[in-house]
Design a binder for this molecule. Sequence first.
Ligand code: SAM
Ligand code: SF4
Length: 327
Amino acid sequence: MNTLIDGFGRKHTYLRISVTDKCNLRCFYCMPAEGIVWKRKEELLDFEEILRVCKIFVKRGIEKIRLTGGEPLMRRDLPSLVGMLSQIDGLKTIAMTTNATLLAENVQLLKDQGVSQLNISIDSFKRERFQQLTGRDELQRVLNGLEAARRVGFQSIKLNVVAIADVNEDEILDFVEYVKDTNINVRFIEFMPFRDNNWNVDRVLTYAEMLAKIGEKFDLTPLETEPGAVARDYAIDGHTGTVSFVTSMTESFCGTCNRLRLTADGSVKSCLFFPAEVNLRDKMRAGATDAEIEEMIMYSLSQKPEAHPPAEEIASQLNRSMIEIGG
Ligand code: SAM
Ligand code: SF4
């Protein structure tokens, strides 16, 4: 029975876990320009601790777990964590979001251990622009990772593209074209504000703007979305691939939110844009029982706001940066 129900009747079935705050890229919209202080190894939950927390969450009703970061593949031996999680009774899906730089060499093992859904982040197909956006000349490795993932085959492969006005808006149609003869879903994500991430409202390429631009060249048909989905999905006439828009800034989907987050250092966050956190790590290490951990999770859920504030207000909050929370 699912008991992860908040004060607004929202049932939570989806947990996103940041397994590390470290990353080998420096995407300007994610990583604060002055850098962050990396957590020491002992500050992070170890695999046994992650497994314990996940078992508690799944017992309470979580059905899907996504591994994210930082860059999840920077965490040593990640496939063995996937193998541990895939043994949890009642857990239906293990997904991962990755920048794909380290994917080619790990992808078969990840699939064998239980990852069935993969989101790959790529914001440009142009080498120089990719380097400007991410601070690293790694486009080729990302493309190799993507190709390897396609060869291995997953239940779903999605491309995450953060759409930023005057940065990569001229590539939107290229991305749509790219998925033509594939089973890939390309998702344009509206640029979201986090601590020191160069956000301002003029840089948000909106859902409406993107839809209009794509609509000039392609016929789009809205698709039914699953409950709790964060994206608006469309079929593209003549394409096997599909296109989606993550509209957090212009049309929020808070009303059907089914997500909870666990940071790499063991804090539960009930909302991406809500700074309050409940830290489980120290209590676990001090000998807390599963019942006490459950109680803390339920407390975090009880504090979940009904909706996130408008973008400008979010931008002025003292939230953690995206790289520290895990997208
Ligand atoms: N390193 C992995 C990656 O890049 O896929 C996983 C972590 S990353 C924080 C997760 C997702 O958040 C990525 O798809 C990234 O593009 C997205 N993201 C990061 N900062 C963002 C922002 N300010 N606005 C919108 N999406 C953002
Ligand atoms: Fe790293 Fe992903 Fe953030 Fe880019 S978006 S800096 S790849 S965590």
